[in-house]
Design a protein around this ligand. Structure first.
Ligand SMILES: NC(=O)c1ccc[n+]([C@@H]2O[C@H](COP(=O)([O-])OP(=O)(O)OC[C@H]3O[C@@H](n4cnc5c(N)ncnc54)[C@H](O)[C@@H]3O)[C@@H](O)[C@H]2O)c1
Length: 385
């Protein structure tokens, strides 16, 4: 196992009916800005519950944080907070609203151009406003981690930053808040969580037995609950399992002490930035091809994945690896997610432009061994077409 530090200060308040806990979780004297996305938070009644829990406080609201939150929108929240002297943020929504809130939290006290936060990948963050979250979409793990992904529309960038200063103070995880999700978002959440786990598991062995078994347990849970989570929205036990799996998939625990890949994410971000494809769908396009191209580098873990996650024990090693990659693709397709670039109407000729974006963003040595050069990314994208 590799040397590591594990730090996670986010309080999780889990279970149906937990939104009223906001009344004690948000400091009484705070001047609060509630962040939300589109119409869903209002329509589903979650905002009304939040307002009721914070009645009597100084509370302002900022809606319209879009999926793949944009710098252009978030900077308006920064201006509002500075103007009105607000000092506590509450994100109500999925990963986009929470990520956007993290950026705003860091941007408000930032001296200089806040985009530098993204360009420095968070290294320049030295202060941030405190914030909590009410999660409505199990997918990203953003509710219990210190990372965020922000897009800049004018330049077509989609960049990641992280800082220990942007862990949420608390996150309310109420599975009942997910019953209104359209099937597309449920499928996305399952696929996103799945790939988060794979990024931290399917690398090379370092005898991290605890991490491997945590990861295998989470992957098996997703495979087991996916059909029911999609078919029966108000099965709260299933939704609770999905919610907690998605959080544990990316709260730092399973990745501590083991190598991590993240190449699928970095290539996927370029697909969202260029074509607007949902985050989880980009991952489902890239991952099967990446596993295929990287089969030698990942050989030992692929064999373990085949056996422990998919129970594939028949045939020789190459056959089992092939079958595990096919099972991964079939899992995404079974969620209703197409797994090829061509399924999204993307021309083969676009691959050069995607590679140019990767180059422009410094993504020229990706993966757990930094061995995914642009040439390897080209092979992955061609295999994904
Ligand atoms: N910070 C991280 O660690 C991390 C990890 C992975 C992905 N991300 C980023 O997170 C973003 C994606 O977040 P996401 O997958 O949570 O989706 P999202 O937050 O973009 O939401 C997707 C859609 O679902 C709607 N929605 C949310 N909750 C709903 C509900 N309960 N009922 C009905 N509709 C609802 C939203 O309004 C939105 O239209 C991407 O930008 C991605 O890059 C961040």
């Amino acid at each position: 196992m590799q040397t590591f530090q594990f730090y996670n200060p986010t309080r999780i308040v889990f279970g149906p009916g937990t939104v009223p806990h906001l009344s004690t979780l948000v400091p009484a004297e705070a001047r609060v800005l509630v962040h939300f996305g589109g119409a869903s938070a209002e329509k589903t009644g979650t905002l009304a519950e939040v307002r009721a829990a914070l009645a009597g406080r100084h509370v302002e609201e900022f809606g319209g944080i879009e999926p793949n939150p944009s710098y252009e929108t978030l900077i308006r929240a920064v201006e509002l907070i500075r103007r009105d002297g607000l000092d506590f943020l509450l994100a109500v929504g999925g990963g986009s609203v929470i990520d956007g809130t993290k950026f705003v939290a860091a941007a408000v006290p930032y001296v200089g151009d806040p985009w530098e936060i993204m360009l420095s990948r968070g290294a320049k963050v030295s202060a941030a406003l405190p914030f909590g979250t009410v999660l409505t979409l199990p997918a990203t793990g953003s509710e219990m981690n210190d990372g965020a992904v922000i897009s800049r529309r004018e330049s077509g960038d989609k960049l990641v930053f992280s800082s220990p200063l942007v862990f949420p103070r608390f996150s309310i995880l109420d599975p009942a808040k997910t019953v209104t999700l359209p099937p597309r978002q449920v499928a996305n959440g399952i696929a996103d969580s799945f790939v988060h786990i794979v990024e931290q598991y399917l690398t090379y062995p370092v005898d991290g037995r605890v991490q491997d078994r945590f990861a295998e347990g989470l992957l098996q849970t997703l495979i087991e609950i996916a059909p029911q989570a999609l078919a029966v929205p108000d099965d709260l036990d299933t939704r609770a399992n999905l919610m907690w799996t998605a959080t544990l998939a990316l709260n730092g625990l399973i990745g501590a002490g083991v190598p991590q890949d993240w190449a699928t994410h970095m290539i996927g971000h370029e697909l969202t930035a260029r074509f607007g494809i949902d985050h989880a769908r980009t991952l489902s396009i890239v991952l099967p091809s990446l596993l295929s191209v990287q089969r030698e580098a990942k050989r030992e873990k692929l064999l373990r994945y085949a056996e422990r996650v998919w129970h594939l024990t028949e045939g020789d090693e190459d056959h089992r690896i092939e079958a595990a990659i096919a099972a991964t693709r079939a899992f995404f397709e079974g969620l209703g997610i197409k797994t090829r670039l061509s399924d999204y109407g993307i021309e083969r000729g676009e691959i050069e432009a995607i590679l140019a974006q990767l180059k422009a963003h410094g993504m020229t040595k990706l993966g757990e061994r930094r061995a995914i050069t642009l040439e390897v990314s080209r092979a992955i994208l061609e295999g994904a077409w």
